[in-house]
Ligand binder design. Structure first.
Ligand SMILES: Cc1cc2nc3c(=O)[nH]c(=O)nc-3n(C[C@H](O)[C@H](O)[C@H](O)COP(=O)(O)OP(=O)(O)OC[C@H]3O[C@@H](n4cnc5c(N)ncnc54)[C@H](O)[C@@H]3O)c2cc1C
Length: 377
């Protein structure tokens, strides 16, 4: 009897688990995740403005997995011993596997900013809750969001929605809002047209823009940018630079930032009984965007190939060039939204924001009912 372990149960882990059962895999299947819930992270931007609660964005894992006869362990992975095919949990438990699917995702990189303990990184769930509490209590002041790295979009989304929230509370004129954009990351992310519309929109909403600058340090009440520019800030948030979770950073077959090099069948380059799907995977110099639809696609391909290695069905390959050209990014800045593909703007208007709501509802209702997303096959 084979024993498959999936570590991490976000977009990739949940999809891989469902897909293995959908493909008829009947042997041992265990999913390990550090929390009881899968969280629909693209909608975290709506928690600070009170459009969503964390509960509304969560899927309780135990019931959906046990319904499919999948064993669920709520626990934190401490390390992977690939040579001996075991995974160690922080509570001391050790799990053996024949096949491992790594779907641990990513975490915000913090160490490159001096004084980072004074900064919130709201792409990480605990920090989005701290941000929500903080802006709920603030009656005035200055809020600075710095965007950088691979995942800049949510920074402008969070700030745009905080602007909406403060207007709804009738206290917007008591606040200064600042957006620091390292090397015009938004331009690359949204395409030129949407970037120009968004820049004009933010200026109209009196959101100060510091373009082409990095946040390098935080002191109490001051955000310090490259070149020594200081922005008085009661609250500083940073978004965008990512690294792999700790257990992956310690592996001798991961890259410097912890992401794991994979072949295009999604096996790790070092071990053919280890598959990697979602943000934890690295495709080398081809910087495949770390986004939910690609995490789902990779998870489905990993499941298909794992089954294929057991002698059932043909292998599938992840097409990096097609992913780079076709992946669409939909961002909602509160009042205005943008859809981009391959660094080009497709649409930038108010209406397209509704699509983000529909995608969230569809994903959550399907997966709460134990159904996989549309198949890659
Ligand atoms: C604010 C925000 C907005 C975003 N907006 C979009 C968007 O509009 N469109 C889009 O496509 N993508 C968006 N993304 C990116 C998208 O959320 C990720 O690409 C996606 O979550 C990657 O899926 P994953 O399964 O690889 O990782 P995740 O979904 O992060 O899942 C990883 C799982 O592993 C668990 N885990 C981590 N470490 C451990 C450990 N040591 N032990 C046990 N479990 C562990 C985590 O708890 C988590 O459940 C956004 C992300 C954020 C944060």
């Amino acid at each position: 009897m084979n024993n498959v372990i999936i570590i991490g149960c976000g977009f990739a882990g949940l999809e891989a688990a469902f897909m293995l059962r959908e493909l008829g895999y009947k042997d041992g299947l265990t999913v390990v995740n550090r929390s009881e819930d899968m969280v629909f992270t693209p909608s975290l931007i709506w928690i600070p403005p009170r459009r969503r609660t964390l509960e509304e964005l969560s899927i309780k894992l135990k019931p959906v997995l046990s319904f499919k006869n999948i064993n669920f362990i709520c626990g934190e992975v401490a390390s992977i011993d690939a040579k001996n095919s075991t995974v160690a949990l922080v509570n001391g438990r050790s799990l053996d596997y024949d096949y491992l699917i790594i779907a641990l995702g990513w975490q915000s990189k913090r160490s490159h900013i001096k004084g980072n303990e004074k900064i919130l990184f709201p792409c990480d769930v605990p920090d989005v809750l701290k941000l929500t509490e903080a802006i709920g209590k603030m009656e005035n002041g200055s809020i600075t969001f710095a965007i950088e790295g691979e995942r800049p979009g949510p920074g402008a989304e969070f700030l745009g929605w905080i602007d909406v929230y403060l207007r709804e509370r009738g206290i917007r004129d008591r606040f200064t809002l600042n957006l620091v954009d390292e090397k015009h990351k938004l331009l690359v992310h949204l395409g030129r047209q949407a970037c120009e519309i968004l820049t004009a929109n933010f200026k109209e909403r009196r959101i100060n823009l510091y373009l082409g600058k990095n946040l390098v340090a935080a002191k109490s009440d001051i955000a310090i940018l490259e070149g020594g520019i200081e922005i008085p800030s009661d609250l500083i948030c940073a978004i965008g630079k990512v690294e792999a979770p700790k257990p992956l950073q310690k592996l001798d077959f991961s890259e410097a930032d912890g992401f794991i090099p994979v072949n295009n069948d999604l096996t790790s380059k070092a071990y053919n009984n280890i598959y990697v799907a979602g943000d934890a995977a690295s495709f080398g110099i081809k910087k495949v965007p770390k986004v939910a639809p690609l995490a789902i696609e990779q998870a489905q391909i990993a499941a298909i190939n794992l089954i294929s290695s057991l002698g059932v069905g043909r292998k599938r390959f992840f097409d990096v060039s097609s992913a780079l050209a076709n992946v669409k990014i939909l961002s909602d800045f509160g009042g205005i939204a943008a859809l981009a593909q391959g660094n080009k703007t497709l649409q930038c208007n108010t209406a397209i924001g509704m699509l983000k709501v529909l995608i969230e509802r569809r994903y959550l209702s399907m997966h709460r009912a134990g159904r996989v997303a549309r198949h890659v096959a």
